[in-house]
Design a protein around this ligand. Structure first.
Ligand SMILES: Nc1nc2c(ncn2[C@@H]2O[C@H](COP(=O)(O)OP(=O)(O)OP(=O)(O)O)[C@@H](O)[C@H]2O)c(=O)[nH]1
Length: 539
């Protein structure tokens, strides 16, 4: 749990999360923008494609209406030119086979709107169309019109009629000729039924009043469509041609393409569900999302590996600091040659550690050195003596220890003052150090008490020479500020006899020897062996 917690808060985790977030942002951002652009382009392409399909359908209907109108006009002109009375029109109509193909029925009406001829049924019931708008319009305009779709009184079918005015030889109106188109008959709708947009798109035709002229669902023919803003009808009637987004009654989003017909006030529309219109785009989108997800995973993995690799020097630096703190390594492990930030950090740590090491050394020096003389102090001596004894025990060579006390030092202090006493102590130390080998250990124990440890003694007589040498070193008067001063010293020397002799043993023996020298009048040395009861007075 704790490990998991530290992973979450690790720099590595944060960087990796950042990398993934950036990749996601960039991926989704650029992918999304590309998809949007592509979708918008594709929408234009599809809409244009559908509009061209619709233009073809519109041209077909326009041509069909024009041909029918032309046919009706030709028959009307023939009637008018021949000055045929209304009662002879029935016979003439029956001679024109093409009328049967073009129209569901062709009728003639007199000026009162009464039926006078019917191509398909001579005995058709005598209907009156005087109140029909297309009848009135034809008489008023004295030219042919196309009616709004309506339910035929004769056939009961939804129809649209084309009219032409009939005239006598003098050019006076005598009635109208009317060609009916059955909106449910294949001759009108078959071609449109075949024109479909995809599997679930369809064509429809509405009049300017929003009445449905054609719809694949035949029940909707003659229905007045909802022309509220946002509906298919409103969109279709909105402009001459174009495309826009729409919604079906059941909320299905559709691409709506529409075009106004040339021959009449109808608009042909095409409703194409977005789902199938953009099926290829949607599949591209899915694949793009999948690709982005895979890319994100791969980027995350690479981000993790790269971050891990990049941060490796930081981990090493951390381990080095820990190792140095624990004393397992020294500061040379820092990689100060690196040129990057980790190099800067390593160099900073190196410098910091160097300063700390120097401070520690200084602290150690202060703790183990006698400030006045610069010799080892008592603490250091206590540490060094057992080491020297251990070395002697290993090599089998005796260890010698000389304990020194300046004779009547108190008198120097008392007569010449403390600073003169200090001067004597300093000069005494200098001469003492000069009289012995550099490998011998010289320390100031306290006040005017000094000690020397001798190692690797070749013979016990060597200590005699050393005693003499020290006495001789002090022989010349000390040059003090107050003038020259004789300084003498008493030396008690002890020698180890067995490897088991301890620091206390040899100190005690040296002390005994020193006591002996003092008792004998000072300014001399005596040698004692550890374990011996008698001090051998030498001088
Ligand atoms: N100037 C000076 N005096 C010190 C220092 N440390 C201790 N003393 C003095 O050294 C003297 C040591 O006196 P002792 O060793 O007891 O007396 P002594 O006169 O040497 O007598 P013997 O050793 O018996 O000859 C004392 O008076 C201390 O005050 C120091 O650092 N500087």
């Amino acid at each position: 749990m704790r490990q998991l917690y530290s992973v979450f808060f690790s720099f590595k985790f944060k960087i990796t999360t950042l990398v993934i977030a950036l990749v996601l942002f960039a991926g989704i951002g650029s992918g999304g923008i590309s998809l949007l652009i592509a979708e918008s382009e594709l929408r234009q392409v599809i809409a244009r494609q559908e509009l061209s399909l619709l233009t073809g359908a519109a041209a077909f209907i326009d041509n069909d209406l024009q041909n029918k109108r032309q046919l009706l006009k030709t028959v009307t002109e023939e009637i008018n030119e021949r000055g045929l009375p209304l009662e002879q029109i029935q016979a003439l109509l029956e001679t024109h086979e093409t009328l049967r193909d073009a129209f569901f029925n062709v009728n003639a009406f007199d000026l009162d709107g009464n039926l006078v001829a019917s191509l398909r049924d001579r005995r058709a019931k005598r209907v009156n169309i005087a109140e029909r708008a297309y009848f009135k319009d034809t008489l008023r305009l004295q030219e042919g019109v196309i009616s709004a779709p309506f339910k035929s009184a004769l056939s009961g079918q939804p129809v649209v009629v084309l009219t032409q005015p009939l005239r006598d030889a003098d050019g006076k109106l005598t009635g109208i000729l009317l060609g009916a188109i059955d909106l449910l008959r294949p001759s009108f709708s078959a071609q449109l039924d075949n024109l479909r947009a995809g599997a679930d798109g369809y064509l429809f035709i509405v009049t300017d009043n929003g009445v449905t002229v054609y719809h694949p669902d035949k029940n909707r023919i003659l229905e007045k469509g909802d022309d509220q803003p946002g509906t298919l009808t409103a969109a279709a009637l909105g402009s001459d041609e174009g495309w826009e987004d729409g919604l079906l009654d059941d909320g299905v989003p559709v691409l709506l393409v529409h075009k106004h017909l040339r021959e009449t006030d109808w608009t042909i529309g095409l409703s194409y569900p977005v789902r199938s219109a953009f099926a290829s785009m949607l599949s591209v989108r899915m694949r793009a999302l999948l690709g982005a997800a895979v890319l994100t995973c791969v980027a995350g993995l690479f981000g993790w590996l790269i971050t891990k690799n990049l941060l490796r020097p930081l981990g090493r630096l951390h381990r080095h600091v820990e190792d140095i703190s624990a004393g397992r390594a020294d500061i040379s492990v820092f990689d100060v040659a690196r040129k990057d930030e980790f190099g800067h950090l390593s160099r900073a740590f190196y410098a910091l550690s160097q300063r700390r090491e120097r401070a520690e050394l200084e602290l150690h020096r202060l703790a183990t050195t006698d400030v006045l003389t610069g010799l080892h102090n008592r603490r250091m001596f206590d540490a060094l003596l057992p080491q020297a004894l251990a070395r002697g025990a290993r090599s089998g060579q005796p260890v010698g220890l000389a304990l020194l006390d300046i004779d009547h030092f108190k008198a120097i202090n008392d007569t010449l003052g403390h600073p003169a006493g200090d001067q004597v102590l300093i000069e005494f130390s200098r001469r003492l150090t000069g009289a012995v080998r550099t490998t011998d250990t010289v320390a100031r124990l306290a006040g005017d008490e000094f000690v020397i440890v001798f190692e690797q003694l070749s013979s016990s007589t060597e200590m005699d020479v050393l005693g003499e040498k020290i006495l001789a070193a002090m022989h010349a008067p000390f040059q003090l500020a107050s003038g020259p001063r004789e300084v003498r010293t008493s030396i008690g020397i002890a020698l180890t006899t067995t490897a088991a002799d301890s620091a206390e043993d040899i100190m005690r023996a040296a002390d005994q020897a020193l006591y002996g020298v003092k008792a004998a009048g000072r300014n001399g040395y005596a040698i004692n062996s550890v374990g011996a009861e008698r001090v051998v007075r030498v001088r």
